[in-house]
Design a protein around this ligand. Structure first.
Ligand SMILES: [Zn+2]
Ligand SMILES: [Zn+2]
Length: 566
């Protein structure tokens, strides 16, 4: 139906622009598009006109008819359609398929609906420039995007979801709530955390470090650059160079910005003789890495060039492998749950045809991953042959408040680095053995995870993450001193409080705190000072009964400690 709608749109465009040249018009998720070469740029006002024409075509219920014709016939049929002719020459078969409805004929394999009347609910949504065949050397065409659904209700629901996603867009909220910047002056894909974003990041990192220490990890810190030799040994210059930036020359030697932290951790392992008694080692790092991304794909915090990973390497014996994976999976789910994600799906990717490493190692590792996922009871899918060439992995995807799936945790075996760095440990038999090595990132890249949290919570962070947890609002200027005292008392207890002592009306201050999505507002006026109490208003609009300050502090510090949503 979506693809048929694209043909109908093309017919409508042809009726309005008889000189139109046609590119391609596939179905996509939720809808369709078609690329046109038109005599003038489209404006938003054109869409309703094209849509109205489409409705006429749908109402006329024209049949889609299919014919097989020879290439020679097709060349004649599509004379004056250079893009179609180009596609035609690439089809190896003698005969090609064409579909016709009304006055429009397209080169197409189909299939299509029987007639245009079967197209249900549709809407044209926007236009965009698109290079012919995606290459900047070709002409820029005009692409029109449309949505198509089984019925009006589904279409409306989808449009509402798109609206909600716009409302939650982390780039918009990042600006409104003053959380982060991506200034053009520093270059694409590079992020500055403002004080409020910095508060959130610090809160996440403090929690992350505390949990890692509690779960048997040690923390490493490693440099941002390393000699070219290091990246040769690690294999990055052979397999990952297109993601790395040009080298920096220092004292006639070349250094590369790190795209990953692994080689540094491998060197730390190699710095001394390791015994089976030292294993497992769980080494984590909040490592800032730099990877090349094309400028066209950069997107707010979601796709950046410099980012910090919550990286770790687990080095263990074959006997420990099973427990280690089970533990890292449990730990991942615990962390994700703390951030308010309740739905997960696990993907297991197994050995691809082109891979390295001993067969038995692959089998053991895959069996261990499989066992652990099954024991977890989580829904999972197996991507046969979808693993990296150096080892199998599991990915955990989380579902956000809008039901969108996001990649979070990766638990990845690596059979190359232990070989390349010749990592060994002395076993109980007194001989050298090769350890297993697992890379893992729980939350992924800080930047991306932050973007995800902003959208998941629509900027209304839970109390423990909120950059400002309480706004103290004096009713009049004469209450400012008392408000400052209350704020200081809360800060003493670790609560992030702030006084709004501007000479504004109280309602204006409440409105402002509401816009900043601050979890609690504490109102201070004559009545509160006299009664030695505070009036508390929640972000939800709920009014709590007046209570002594100490009681409110007890309540909020408990919420912060519990990491509850507030
Ligand atoms: Zn078609
Ligand atoms: Zn790694």
């Amino acid at each position: 139906m979506r693809h048929s709608a694209a043909h109908v749109m093309a017919e409508a465009v042809l009726a309005l622009f008889p000189e139109a040249k046609f590119g391609i018009g596939p179905a996509i998720e939720d809808g369709f598009y078609y690329d046109f070469d038109l005599p003038r740029p489209l404006t938003p006002e054109d869409l309703p006109v094209i849509e109205a024409k489409m409705r006429e075509i749908v109402k006329a219920d024209l049949p889609f008819t299919h014919r097989e014709i020879t290439k020679a016939e097709a060349r004649k049929l599509f004379a004056g359609q250079p893009y179609k002719l180009e596609l035609l020459e690439e089809i190896p078969d003698e005969k090609v398929g064409v579909y016709e409805q009304g006055g429009f004929t397209d080169l197409c394999r189909g299939p299509h609906l029987a007639s245009t009347g079967q197209i249900k609910a549709f809407r044209l949504v926007n236009t965009a420039g698109a290079y012919w065949r995606g290459s900047e050397r070709n002409n820029m065409l005009q692409r029109i995007y449309g949505l198509a659904f089984e019925n009006e209700k589904e279409l409306e629901a989808h449009l509402a979801l798109v609206e909600e996603a716009k409302r939650r867009d982390h780039r918009r909220l990042g600006k409104e709530l003053d959380l982060f910047l991506t200034p053009e002056e520093i270059g694409g894909g590079l992020v500055i955390y403002t004080p409020k974003g910095g508060r959130i990041r610090t809160t996440i990192e403090d929690f992350w470090r505390q949990e890692h220490f509690a779960n048997g990890y040690e923390l490493l810190y490693t440099p941002h650059i390393g000699l070219s030799k290091l990246w040769e040994v690690s294999g990055h210059l052979d397999h990952y160079k297109e993601n790395m930036y040009a080298p920096i020359t220092i004292d006639e030697q070349e250094y590369y910005l790190k795209p990953m932290n692994c080689p540094f951790h491998m060197l730390a392992y190699k710095s001394r003789t390791r015994s089976y008694r030292d294993l497992p080692l769980r080494w984590a790092e909040l490592g800032t890495v730099y990877r090349y991304e094309r400028s066209g794909v950069l997107l707010g915090l979601m796709r950046v060039r410099g980012f910090t990973q919550d990286d770790a390497h687990i080095i263990c014996t074959p006997e420990q492998m099973n427990d280690e994976i089970a533990e890292v999976l449990r730990f991942s789910l615990y962390m994700l749950k703390t951030f308010g994600f309740a739905k997960y799906k696990v993907y297991l990717s197994t050995r691809p045809a082109d891979s390295i490493g001993e067969e038995s190692r692959w089998e053991d590792a895959q069996a261990a991953l499989h066992r652990v996922i099954e024991a977890s009871g989580l829904p999972f899918e197996v991507d046969e042959g979808g693993g990296a060439f150096y080892g199998p992995k599991i990915d955990i995807k989380i579902e956000d408040a809008l039901g969108r799936e996001w990649q979070a945790t990766t638990i990845q075996f690596d059979f190359t680095l232990p070989e390349r760095f010749d990592m060994t440990y002395i076993g109980p038999d007194g001989r050298e053995h090769r350890p297993y090595m697992i890379h893992r990132a729980l939350l992924g890249a800080w930047e991306r995870f932050f973007g995800l949290l902003i959208e998941h919570y629509a900027g209304a962070f839970p109390v423990w993450l909120a950059p400002v947890q309480v706004k103290v609002i004096p009713v009049a200027d004469r209450h400012n001193d008392h408000a400052a005292k209350i704020s200081a008392e809360m800060k003493k207890h670790g609560v992030r409080a702030e006084v709004d002592d501007r000479s504004e009306r109280m309602n204006q201050k409440i409105r402002q705190a509401q816009l900043e999505k601050i979890p609690y507002m504490v109102i201070v006026g004559d009545k509160e000072i006299e009664g030695n109490s505070v009036s508390v208003r929640c972000r939800s609009g709920e009014q709590l009964p007046a209570m002594p300050l100490a009681e409110f502090i007890e309540r909020i510090t408990k919420e912060i400690a519990d990491k509850s949503l507030g």
